[in-house]
Design a protein around this ligand. Structure first.
Ligand code: GDP
Length: 480
């Protein structure tokens, strides 16, 4: 469904820079290695005077993602929000507090259940969906699979603690995903908080809040005292208006798996965020490599639903197995097609697993070939170092290696060992990971293997510079 800007340019035989410019004119900030959704890609294709022919991976999958919605069928849909921020800054408290503002829940009197996302109705009837899995890994894991579910990020910063490492990580994740950010300064009920300090610290990371003349909204809240939650919701709805979020509800459903599990009594259970169309009880669907008829559908208030429209998260029962978070869900006409697609994807999955061993080498070699051929105009890097000084020095050094033809972009640079979150970020943005006097966690190593992300280990700065320079020229020797 998604395509990188570079790949789109290649397919149109256009220059990458021209596509970036066209996107910019449409209000989409994207670099060559970033992915854009099919709908945006289509607008670009039209802009370039071509006709769209969406060809999916195989004939088997054809038609699944092919329906193009006419403008007049597009209706406003609620925004989907992810809350990010440093540990203990109040993400969970804020999610809980926001959930309690739901006016619809009070009427329904249902029992809330945690399904990985929830929707609140605010005073006046407007709706907002929150992804209820705090943690940046979930956000980026989904993006790494090509799923973009979040329309905006609410960045929680504790007023008494200020900008911390995971705050910075969250900023980088949001920027890499190209989604707008709203700052929620939390814990303002605490005595002696210094808001100016927080603003200055954010400024250092290129987040300029409105009071400093920038365009990032800043709302002061207290999650535990439920202060200014209405203002935060207002800001979210305002941002949503700017984004002009729309979907066609009158078609077969498409969505993304947010969470999934195998339940002893109920079998495979998946929480799906509906993104297009309407999902109905009894629909035949494929979700990743699984398929099934939607036997039952429940919302976050535990209510049985017959229908779910765009931006609504629902728990569905009836799938053949447990699809991974980030996998796409699509409506299909009949069981035969569903089985066919599922079998095809299972086979692809097995092939991918078999090929995973050699994958790391493959991706770097691919990158090199693209750079050498002049197709790739950017080398993205994630830097992790043992001390702040090295992380900064590496950032400066690497940025200097940018040339007119190929830019070096440091997506994230921080102190600490390499985690799964770093790998997800690298994977989502087609980047390499530079480890400077640090190691990767076992899980991160395993994930890197599986996803074909390159981690390169160093202890001398000029060696990093040498290698990245080689990479920029498309000539780096592969990892031994
Ligand atoms: P998370 O790790 O970001 O999910 O943070 P939590 O929501 O678990 O909050 C961490 C701690 O900060 C808990 O002890 C909360 O009670 C406390 N906390 C969260 N929000 C506020 C707030 O607005 N004011 C005060 N005083 N404490 C808060």
């Amino acid at each position: 469904e998604a395509i990188t800007v570079q790949e789109l340019a290649n397919r149109m035989a256009a220059r990458g820079g021209e596509v970036v410019k066209a996107l910019f004119r449409m209000g989409v900030m994207a670099t060559l290695t970033q992915t854009i959704d099919a709908d945006t890609a289509e607008l670009v294709v039209n802009e370039f005077g071509h006709r769209v022919r969406r060809v999916s991976e195989s004939d088997v999958e054809q038609g699944l993602e092919g329906t193009v919605d006419a403008d007049e069928d597009m209706l406003p849909r609620p925004p989907v929000v992810t809350i990010m921020g440093h540990v203990d800054h109040g993400k969970t408290s804020l999610l809980d507090a926001l959930r309690k503002t739901d006016v619809a829940a009070r009427e329904a009197g249902g029992i809330t259940q945690h399904i990985g996302a929830y929707q609140v109705t605010v005073q006046g009837g407007q709706k907002v969906t929150f992804i209820d899995t705090p943690g940046h890994a979930a956000f980026t894991a989904m993006r790494a699979r090509g799923a973009s579910v979040t329309d905006m990020v609410v960045l929680v910063v504790a007023a008494d603690d200020g900008v911390m490492p995971q705050t910075i990580e969250a900023i980088h994740h949001a920027k890499a995903a190209g989604v707008p950010l709203i700052v929620a300064v939390n814990k303002i009920d605490k005595p002696g908080v210094n808001l100016d300090r927080v603003r200055q610290e954010l400024l250092q990371h290129e987040i300029v809040v409105e009071s400093l003349g920038g365009d990032t909204m800043e709302i002061q809240v207290s999650a535990t005292k439920a202060m200014n939650l209405d203002k935060l919701l207002e800001a979210i709805l305002l941002q949503a208006e700017v984004l002009d979020l729309k979907a066609n509800p009158n078609r077969g459903a498409e969505g993304t798996v947010i969470e999934s599990k195998l339940d002893k009594g109920r079998g495979p259970v998946a929480t799906v965020l509906v993104q297009k169309g309407t999902l109905r009880q009894g629909d035949m669907v494929v979700a990743g490599a699984e398929w099934g008829r939607v036997r039952a559908m429940l919302d976050d208030k535990g209510r049985q639903l017959k229908e779910a429209d765009p931006s609504l998260p629902v728990e569905i029962l009836g799938l053949s197995g447990v699809p991974a978070a980030g996998e796409p869900l699509s409506f299909v006409e009949d069981e035969g097609r569903a089985r066919e697609i599922s079998e095809f994807r299972q086979r692809k999955l097995r092939e991918k697993q078999a090929a995973a061993a050699g994958a790391a080498r493959g991706t770097l070699a691919d990158m090199m070939a693209r750079v050498a051929a002049g197709e790739q105009k950017e080398v993205a890097v994630v830097v992790k170092a043992d001390v702040q000084g090295s992380a900064e020095a590496l950032g400066v050094t690497l940025n200097k290696l940018s040339r007119d033809e190929v830019k070096v972009r440091v997506l994230h640079s921080a102190v600490g060992q390499i985690t799964e979150s770093d790998i997800q970020l690298a994977k989502a943005s087609n980047a390499i990971v530079v480890a400077f006097n640090v190691r990767a966690t076992a899980q991160a190593r395993e994930l890197a293997q599986r996803e074909g992300v390159d981690i390169r280990y160093y202890s001398i700065i000029y060696e990093v510079a040498d290698d990245v320079e080689q990479l920029v020229r498309g000539k780096l020797a592969p990892i031994q």
